[in-house]
Ligand binder design. Structure first.
Ligand code: SF4
Length: 167
């Protein structure tokens, strides 16, 4: 059965920086959960960061640059949690591989899970096109990452993989 790696906060786990969640009340997600298809993970918590924690943004680059040591992450107190973000991304990839995951549904705009937009690093609420650290690592490893607003496309892709498997 094809599984989907999912941001834990999308399933209602209160693991966001401010200890909130962003539960996605969608029937498809509930069905996939009942079918045992979902592999939840919060990369930041897995990487060792506490909840709540200060908000963090990528400084001067994208998730890919962070993975290559060409950009860092800072939180709004000036601390540098880059190593924890990278550790969390690697643990997310390990979980994906363990479950044979080829698709992921991650919350957008996060410095870890963002897949179409992230904040620009100045803590002023400005968004730029881009992706977070975990998304960059998953994509570099061949996993397709979808944002919540792309749930239709994810559902189609999952059905396609299921159909391929049936042959
Ligand atoms: Fe949600 Fe991802 Fe942020 Fe964890 S790292 S709180 S799963 S968006």
């Amino acid at each position: 059965m094809n599984k989907v790696l999912v941001s834990a906060c999308l399933l209602g786990d209160p693991v966001r920086y401010d200890a909130s969640h962003k539960a996605l009340g969608d029937a498809r997600l509930r069905r996939w959960r009942e079918e045992g298809r979902l592999v939840p993970i919060c990369p930041e918590v897995a990487g060792g960061l506490p909840t709540p924690r200060p908000p963090a943004e990528i400084q001067g680059g994208q998730g890919r640059q962070v993975l290559h040591g060409q950009a860092r992450i800072a939180d709004d107190t000036g601390d540098d949690p880059t190593d924890a973000f990278i550790r969390g991304a690697k643990l997310a990839l390990s979980a994906a591989r363990r479950h044979g995951v080829r698709l992921a549904l991650l919350i957008d705009r996060s410095p870890s899970c963002g897949s179409t937009q992230i904040y620009d690093g100045h803590f002023e609420g400005t968004l730029v096109a881009g992706e977070g650290v975990t998304t960059a690592l998953l994509r570099a490893s061949g996993i397709e990452v979808f944002a919540p607003h792309q749930l239709d496309a994810l559902g189609e892709r999952l059905a396609q993989l299921d159909a391929d498997e049936a042959f």
